[in-house]
Design a binder for this molecule. Structure first.
Ligand code: ATP
Ligand code: MG
Length: 490
């Protein structure tokens, strides 16, 4: 199944699509404008052709009417009916030519002029047949000249009308030619403008690609190279919310977790080496320490002037024993006796025991938990973690200082937070506070937090500290709700 948010996040893809789409749209618009203008040019040219054809039809009609008159004149000169057969053919042809002219005339003025030519031709034919032919048959020559003039004047009128029709057609034809020429000019301009725009857009797109993609890829490449060469503190800074920013965030996340893993590895190697040394020293020191303590006990039973010195020897030997046993705690793999335990109860028990032993130096510790916070854990070990942290808090706070322990459940884990309003941990100490032997105390061993870390680790949990001079120190430990993966019975 595809992740819908991945589809939504495909910002670069969508941007590229939009940019190339815009260029394509521009080209499509240029093509559409070009096609539309070509269509209009073709229409204007077709109009010119039609008008030329109409002009030709007008000339043909005028010529045929003249031809009709020539046959009439011929008949008048011969003063007989011998030529009437030819005349009839001429009338027929003139009729057809004028009918063609009427069919090609489109505009109202053209149609009106063509109609007038047709009517004059018919009038001329009627005059000839009704007035001239009867006079010839009667052999009356008295009005011949006058009738001939009348017939010719009709033909002259037709020629004049054709001249007007021709002028009208010519005017419209030249207007159509000018329009076609203008359209060609417009088409040229539109094409140049569209292509110039498309080129500008393509150049802008290239620039944008360089800025948003190439540069970002370059930043990623350099960052990945630095991280790959071992600089796990390097971070790739890419603003935005596109895939590159997301990739940069993933790289940064990867570098951070690699750094964490590396620190954990270094830490476990350190602990392993300390463990080897500690095991050897503990073995060698335990026997002489037991002997020293045994003699100190015997000497204490004998009253004398050195009783105080003997007590000091005994106390320091016990301190040595404690260090040795803590070192062994830190070094040997933790064997956990995991049972469901309530962290709030454990915290109260730890605080009570510390109070009884005087380790809190009178500090009050408040345990806040509204309900039991139960997780699978080794009660003794977690109590030890709580004790180590609470002792630190008690040592850091003023006599009337505030120490609180808060336990709460989360869906997959339980969180225990121990907070104090002491002076906080200096940044340089905080950076290595979980390392063994890091201490700022005259009589501290610097093992308390290292041991706490090792125990929480063995539970598959996490421990972290937030500390500042203003807010004091907050130590949080998170224990998983499911039992640790590898648990050895104690
Ligand atoms: N709550 C706290 N407030 C201020 N500083 C603290 C606090 N907790 C720890 N630290 C600092 O962290 C150092 C390391 O603490 P850690 O418990 O590991 O060792 P320690 O307390 O010095 O010795 P140990 O616990 O072995 O007796 C302390 O020496 C102290 O400087
Ligand atoms: Mg401590």
């Amino acid at each position: 199944m595809t992740d819908p948010s991945a589809r939504l996040r495909n910002i670069t893809g969508r941007r590229l699509l939009a940019a190339f789409g815009a260029v394509l749209l521009l080209f499509a618009a240029a093509l559409a404008v070009e096609l539309f203008t070509l269509q209009r040019i073709a229409a204007a040219e077709a109009e010119v052709a039609r008008l030329d054809h109409a002009k030709h039809a007008g000339h043909m009609a005028a010529a045929q009417v003249r031809e009709q008159y020539i046959h009439q004149a011929h008949t008048l000169i011969e003063f007989g009916e011998g030529h009437l057969g030819h005349y009839a053919k001429a009338v027929e042809t003139a009729h057809q030519t004028i009918a063609h002219l009427e069919s090609v005339a489109e505009a109202p003025t053209e149609k009106a002029l063509a109609r007038q030519i047709a009517e004059l031709a018919e009038q001329n034919d009627r005059d000839f047949r009704d007035r001239v032919v009867p006079v010839i048959r009667a052999g009356d020559r008295s009005h011949i000249a006058e009738l001939g003039d009348q017939l010719e004047s009709v033909v002259d009128h037709v020629v004049e009308l054709n001249g007007r029709l021709n002028d009208e057609l010519e005017r419209r034809s030249s207007a159509a030619r000018t329009r076609a020429e203008e359209l060609r000019g417009q088409a040229r301009l539109a094409t140049i403008a569209c292509f110039a725009l498309a080129i500008l857009l393509a150049a802008g797109l290239g620039l944008w690609l360089t800025r948003t993609i190439v540069r970002r890829v370059e930043s990623l490449r350099q960052g990945a190279r630095r991280i790959g060469s071992g600089d796990l503190g390097a971070r790739i800074e890419l603003a935005g919310s596109d895939e590159f920013a997301e990739l940069a965030a993933s790289f940064n996340h990867m570098a951070a977790s690699l750094a964490r893993e590396q620190a954990a590895l270094v830490r476990s190697q350190k602990l392993a080496s300390i463990g080897q040394v500690a095991a050897g020293i503990a073995h060698e020191l335990n026997n002489p320490l037991s002997v020293i303590l045994g003699y100190a006990k015997l000497l204490r039973a004998v009253p004398g002037p050195h009783a105080d010195d003997v007590a000091i020897i005994e106390s320091e030997a016990r301190q040595c024993q404690r260090i040795v046993s803590e070192l062994l705690d830190l070094a040997r793999p933790h064997r956990l006796d995991v049972q469901p335990v309530d962290l709030a109860t454990l915290a109260r028990e730890a605080v009570d025991r510390l109070d009884d032993a005087g380790a809190l130096h009178g500090r009050k510790v408040e345990v806040i938990a509204n309900a039991p916070v139960v997780v699978p854990a080794d009660a003794g070990r977690i109590r030890q973690v709580i004790a180590n942290v609470v002792v630190n808090a008690a040592q850091a706070t003023a006599p009337n200082g505030k120490i609180t322990i808060d336990a709460r459940s989360e869906p997959d884990a339980a969180i225990l937070t121990i907070a104090d309003d002491g002076p906080g941990i200096p940044a340089d100490v905080l950076a290595q506070v979980f390392d063994p032997f890091v201490t700022t105390k005259a009589h501290g061993t610097g093992l308390g937090l290292a041991i706490a870390h090792a125990i929480v680790d063995a539970h598959g949990g996490r421990i972290w500290i937030a500390s500042s001079a203003e807010t004091g120190t907050r130590v949080s430990l998170q224990l998983p709700a499911s039992p640790p993966a590898e648990v050895s019975p104690s």
